[in-house]
Design a protein around this ligand. Structure first.
Ligand SMILES: [Zn+2]
Length: 469
């Protein structure tokens, strides 16, 4: 415990002050004291700044908890022409994200064994601008790898129920899904699922071509709804913890909500593109909008917003899944599926949220504390509160900008938001008390590799570092 002298926490090195600090108890004028990269106090706005401490005065700009993006495809090593740890985490920092979890596929190797995890960590270590952790992968034949991966610090395991798009990461059939989930439940772990039923996809017309309506018809809502229904049944039967990735079909929400009320441990995320873009406005041939499951109709989007308002959706994360511009050539049948939006998630969601009467407190719950809880990082990440890392996104909520892809930091200047006018300019991003980005420019690189929170607050790097006393 910190001892107080004259009402002050000793050793405060930074005071972050704003008229709008977004805390778990609401938004208020406050001064946030930071020592050794952690928040020690959220005090009165006019609190005296201790001698020797830096004052960061955000004025009227809002200070949110740094965003936690638990769904990012960094693709490094192996497909670094698509993305990489340096470019992805620079984009994250510029966009107000301070913690990122990397998906286990699209890199070579995929994160399906401990050796592969080590390869990925070794690749990432010297490159990351934000704190970075890893999901493991559950694929056919790797049940024996799940416990070692869990013990090595992955945050949980991702699987697909339909083809993933890359041959080194096959989907799990019903029997393999049950054995993987049985093993993961025994570990007290989490299975995160790309839930589209392959039989519905196989039965749907696969026309290809430039028409977005044809692509949408090829990934029907029923594929998601049925896959999620089966997942709920299995989670209930095995008493397992499961998470639905990138929910697109609002039709599935009542079943999820019912299961939660009945005590099934199921959580769900959706993504900025499902909340802000609609099928009606996707131009034919515009493959930068292609992703799986797909962007659906406006009425469906309203159902997703209702799910957020009702608390039935736990988090909003990017599913940033980039590729080269060449792989987006062609039509909806042939182009790579994935939306590039890492740097834009906060303004995209805020733009739509404010028009629907939501507040920055809601956005912080969906994009910071919600994903932190999913990853077991709550208590350390995702809140402006004592004991948490001093991770901040400083946002000018009323200001707007027009998206110019070449000014974004992810590797390939492709995004579905090109030319859009968005509200909410990220002025600065702070990671553990250090300014890591300012006005869209990444600054110092001080990200760390993080592991599942077996021991509160321990990060991989801290094992070899002496804590600064
Ligand atoms: Zn994904």
């Amino acid at each position: 415990m910190l001892k107080r002298r004259g009402g002050q926490v000793p050793g405060v090195q930074l005071v972050m002050r704003s008229t709008r600090v977004v805390t778990p108890e609401g938004t208020r004028a406050a001064s946030v004291s930071v020592r050794d990269g952690r928040i020690t106090e959220v005090g009165p706005y006019d609190a005296r700044v201790p001698d020797g401490a830096e004052l960061a005065d955000a004025g009227e700009d809002a200070v949110l908890p740094g965003l936690v993006d638990t769904h990012v495809h960094v693709n490094d090593p192996g497909r670094t022409e698509w993305e990489g740890f340096s470019t992805a985490t620079r984009a994250a920092a510029a966009g107000g994200i301070t913690t990122l979890l990397d998906m286990p596929l699209n890199s070579l190797p995929p994160t399906t064994t401990v050796a592969h995890l080590r390869t990925k960590q070794d690749t990432a270590r010297a490159q990351v601008h934000v704190d970075t952790g890893f999901w493991g992968g559950a694929i056919p034949g790797n049940v024996a790898d799940l416990r070692p991966l869990h013990e090595a610090g992955v945050f949980g395991f991702k699987c697909f129920l339909s083809p993933s798009g890359v041959e080194e990461f096959p989907e799990l059939g019903p029997a393999a899904l049950e054995s993987a989930l049985t093993e993961i439940a025994g570990l007290g772990g989490l299975l995160i699922v790309h839930a589209e039923d392959p039989s519905h996809l196989a039965a749907a017309p696969q026309k290809g071509g430039p028409a977005y309506a044809d692509f949408l018809a090829s990934r029907p809502r029923a594929a998601e709804n049925d896959a999620i229904a089966r997942l709920i049944d299995l989670a209930r039967k095995l008493d397992a913890r499961v998470h639905v990735l990138h929910l697109s079909s609002g039709d599935a929400l009542p079943a999820i909500a019912r299961a939660r009320r009945e005590g099934v441990a199921i959580t769900v995320e959706t993504c900025p593109h499902f909340l802000t873009l609609s099928a009606e406005e996707v131009p034919d041939g515009a493959t930068e909008f292609k992703c799986c499951p797909p962007i659906r109709e406006r009425a469906n989007q309203d159902a997703l917003w209702q799910g957020l308002a009702d608390g039935d959706i736990d988090c909003v994360v990017s599913d940033h899944s980039p590729c080269t511009a060449e792989l987006k050539d062609g039509d909806f049948g042939t182009a790579w599926g994935g939306i590039s939006s890492l740097q834009l998630g906060l303004p995209a969601v805020w733009t739509a949220a404010r028009s629907r009467g939501h507040t920055l407190d809601d956005v912080a719950r969906w994009m910071s504390s919600g994903p932190a809880r999913l990853a077991g990082l709550d208590g350390r990440k995702g809140a402006v509160a004592p004991g948490h890392d001093a991770d901040f996104a400083v946002l000018a909520p009323e200001e707007s900008f027009t998206v110019d892809p070449v000014r974004l930091h992810h590797r390939n200047p492709v995004t579905a938001y090109a030319g859009s006018t968005l509200h909410g300019v990220v002025r600065a991003t702070w990671l553990r008390g250090q300014r890591i980005a300012e006005d869209g420019r990444p600054l110092r690189q001080c990200g760390r590799l993080i592991e599942r929170n077996q021991h509160a607050g321990r990060t991989e790097t801290q094992r070899t570092e002496r804590p600064t006393a």
